[in-house]
Unconditional design. Structure first.
Length: 257
């Protein structure tokens, strides 16, 4: 897929992501209907409505590409996918249910097992992030579009990290020490990738957890903006792994933090 094709696909989805974000907020305002899935995680009518909207639009734009979504069983039994979509209609459902603002809508197009297109909408923050290729990562914040290039916004002697939890496990403390992290802030959802791409933060690390649809869109955005995404061994990784399980994860704004 060339750059112009990727750009056309991406830009044709932005309106749908804005619409999905508004739907998620409107449904929450009315009062969400929540259920607990077999894996113990929550799902709401907001997740399902957004999921249906994204799948419907993506299917029309790229009818020949399979879609793997957190909220459907379609294609999850396939183990030879190379070119496919990964969707997480609402990442951070607990935040979504509890009227917090860090939840996101996510979709990524995987080409040859690598993330090419990534779109993330954080509707309660009015921030939409997207990419369609290297050096083509953008944020639309309150209607204003700007390039994302991982330029550091914190002080030179500060290395600011985001963390999934307010308490670090021993292995993660060890990694923070290795990279000389000076402070960390708890943050949920794929927004973690976006705030590193924007230069607001420098670093994130996580042990193997969650699934590929949680990270693929953010991976595409951060790498396109100039950031680095690896596992604990600083090796790059592919998508379409067995059961779509994540490897360990290290996000860096740049080699020099």
């Amino acid at each position: 897929m060339n750059l112009e094709e990727a750009k056309k696909i991406t830009e044709s989805l932005l309106e749908t992501f804005n619409k999905g974000g508004q739907i998620s907020l409107d449904l929450r305002k009315k009062g969400l209907k929540k259920e607990i899935k077999k894996d113990g995680t929550p799902v709401t009518n907001g997740d399902i409505e957004v999921n249906n909207l994204l799948i419907s639009k993506i299917s029309k734009i790229t009818p020949n590409l399979p879609i793997v979504s957190e909220e459907t069983s379609d294609n999850k039994d396939k183990n030879n996918l190379k070119d496919f979509w990964l969707i997480d209609p609402i990442d951070g459902t607990n935040d979504y249910v509890n009227d917090k603002d860090e939840f996101t809508l996510n979709a990524a197009l995987i080409i040859n097992k690598k993330p090419l297109i990534g779109i993330i909408n954080a509707p309660d923050k009015k921030r939409l992030f997207y990419t369609f290729g290297v050096s083509n990562a953008f944020e639309i914040n309150n209607g204003i579009k700007k390039n994302l290039n991982c330029i550091k916004k914190s002080k030179l002697n500060e290395i600011k990290a985001v963390s999934y939890s307010s308490e670090l496990k021993p292995k993660l403390r060890e990694i923070h020490k290795k990279y000389k992290v000076t402070s960390f802030t708890k943050m949920k959802s794929s927004l973690k990738f976006c705030v590193i791409a924007s230069g607001d933060f420098d670093f994130y690390t996580a042990e193997p957890r969650a699934c590929e649809w949680d990270i693929a869109a953010g991976h595409a955005i951060l790498e396109s903006a100039g950031g680095i995404v690896t596992d604990f061994n600083e090796a790059h990784f592919n998508y379409g792994k067995e059961n779509f399980h994540n490897s360990s994860l290290i996000l860096r704004r740049s080699k020099i933090l």
